[in-house]
Design a protein around this ligand. Structure first.
Ligand code: C5P
Length: 209
């Protein structure tokens, strides 16, 4: 059975992950951070010694990786070949540098999109990423796109200490051939530049009612 899925897309450093997590908590829905699935795949590919820029090698390495998404405390975690990855594993510098290269490989996307669709069987979800409303659940009536001004996003990037990597990821994510970052058809766009976290969640909730 497919349960309802609230989709949240947007660029890096727009604040969408925090909004998605708090929204899921308020609604009692399971939170799925699909960026962590691409990060886990990247972590696994890097473990095999493959260069993330080599799409053929990435595709072959990724085909041998077992990825699972067990639910714990209201959100999905990521397990690679039976190992539960930590926040540090998922946000390491090599993963930050490689993830958008791995995520542009069509076979990697096809597989993770199928995994993401299958997660709808566990219950109602708030699923967050780059292509959730456009490709993974285009039929969802509950789509949001969270954006913030260039200045605010740049300030958030600097605060995160990965300014160049985030800008480069946005460039790759918006220009790739397979499911680039777009505003999904029918999505409500929320400009998060001048909202608090609670204010942004309230803005989403107001559209759900
Ligand atoms: O959300 P986060 O910034 O952690 O995502 C990391 C990367 O994973 C993105 O920069 C993008 O390359 C990829 N991604 C994607 N599609 C998604 C979610 C993330 O391509 N649905």
């Amino acid at each position: 059975p497919a349960h309802s899925v609230i989709t949240i897309d947007g660029p890096a450093a727009s604040g969408k992950s925090s909004v998605a997590r708090i929204l899921a908590q308020r609604l009692g829905y399971t939170y799925v951070n699909t960026g962590n699935m691409y990060r886990a795949m990247t972590w696994a590919v890097l473990e095999t010694g493959v260069d993330p820029a080599d799409a053929d090698a990435v595709q072959k390495a990724a085909a041998g990786v077992a990825l699972e998404s067990p639910v714990s405390e209201g959100q999905t975690q990521v397990c690679v070949n039976g190992r539960l990855l930590t926040v540090e594993d998922l946000n390491s510098d090599p993963v930050n540098r490689g993830v958008s290269l791995v995520a542009r490989v069509p076979e990697v996307r096809a597989r993770l999109v199928a995994d993401q669709r299958a997660l709808a069987a566990i219950g109602p979800l708030v699923m967050e990423g780059r292509d959730i409303g456009s490709v993974v659940f285009p039929e969802s009536p509950l789509k949001f796109y969270i954006d913030a001004s260039e200045e605010v996003r740049a300030a958030r990037r600097r605060a995160q200490g990965h300014a160049d990597q985030v800008a480069e990821r946005d460039r790759l994510d918006s220009t790739r051939k397979t499911s680039p970052l777009v505003i999904p058809e029918g999505a409500v766009v929320i400009d998060n530049s001048h909202l608090t976290l609670e204010g942004a969640v309230d803005a989403v909730m107001a559209h759900l009612k």
